[in-house]
Design a protein around this ligand. Structure first.
Ligand SMILES: [Zn+2]
Length: 317
């Protein structure tokens, strides 16, 4: 039930997706009750610290961007946040010498490997979690996200794309002790060829390539080795949601249901959650001996929860 941090600090150099420039990153241990903090080493002294919290999110269009009152920001925090959540890390400092977390291979797997290499240590303070007491919903057109009460952390994600490579996919997972790194961490970010060309023309996604994303052209996957899972797309969406929701500042004990979710909707959901005090409370997690992981659960058990989520979303919309 104790909080956890890293045993030692780990350095890494990688390319940023949007700038295309090399970034040096170091993930360091942090004292208990300090949470996850990003520090821009290239910022003026005393201005580079950005706590990884929902109210510091300043942009969600292409990736999740956090910033502080000095105008210092860090782009693309979501995959690293997902790895920290999946590995059960409560306290850590992430130092960067540039504006972006390295894209790695487009998944969270390399971050999980880095965390495992550094080692994980238990601290003395008990681990806190956020327990959901009443449903919270946000929607945007046909997209919606709901947080519902549940005994355990649970996540259901649906995506729906015209491309027959993707189509409709649903994934449902529960957070149990097991292997986040096998089910979710390896799923890579994805994009469509015409979007990638458009982003390049706007000077964005400069570091993007087939080495760090699944690229789809019409009904074809362009990557030579194909997909890592037949449903890699919805698994990556679950990865993004895990990372975005970890900006709550603690793991959430409840059922997240997202229909076509994205960074904007995820942040809106956290804003809505913290705007209402009676819908959640802090609890202490009992067993954190092993890293929590997501496990796929039988779809049949979920049908009622999914119907409930849809009903709540309709009520709000
Ligand atoms: Zn992503």
């Amino acid at each position: 039930m104790a909080q956890r941090t890293l045993k030692e600090s780990i350095p890494y150099v990688g390319v940023g997706l949007h700038t295309g420039k090399n970034v040096s990153m170091r993930v360091r241990p942090a004292e208990e009750n300090r949470g996850i903090r990003f520090v821009r080493r290239d910022a003026p002294v005393g201005q580079g610290v950005i706590p990884a919290l929902w109210h510091n999110v300043i942009d969600t269009r292409l990736s999740t961007v956090i910033g502080n009152e000095y105008g210092i920001s860090v782009h693309s925090v979501e995959h690293l946040m997902a790895a920290l959540c999946g590995c059960g890390i409560d306290n850590a400092v992430i130092e960067l010498d540039g504006p972006e977390v390295p894209i790695m291979d487009g998944s969270a797997e390399p971050f999980v490997t880095l965390i495992e290499q550094a080692g994980v240590v238990r601290q003395s303070a008990p681990r806190k979690a956020i327990q959901i007491h009443k449903p919270v919903t946000v929607s945007d057109g046909d997209k919606f996200a709901v947080l519902m009460p549940d005994r355990i952390p649970r996540l259901t994600v649906e995506i729906d794309f015209e491309s027959s490579v993707v189509g409709f996919q649903r994934l449902s997972l529960e957070l149990v002790n097991g292997s986040f790194k096998h089910d979710i961490a390896p799923a890579r970010t994805f994009g469509f060829m015409d979007e990638v060309e458009h982003l390049h023309k706007m000077g964005l996604a400069r570091g993007g390539s087939l080495r760090n994303a699944v690229v789809i052209d019409g009904d074809r996957v362009m990557n030579e080795k194909g997909l890592r899972f037949h449903d890699e797309f919805v698994r990556h969406k679950a990865l993004d949601c895990t990372g975005d929701l970890y900006l709550a500042g603690a793991p959430i004990v409840g059922h997240f249901f997202g229909h076509k979710p994205g960074h904007t909707l995820n942040n809106a959901l956290l804003q809505q959650l913290f705007a209402e005090e009676d819908v959640w409370s802090y609890v202490t997690l009992d067993d954190m001996d092993r890293a929590p992981v997501w496990r796929r659960i039988a779809e049949a058990k979920l049908s009622s929860a999914i119907e409930l989520a849809r009903a709540w979303a309709r009520k709000v919309a």
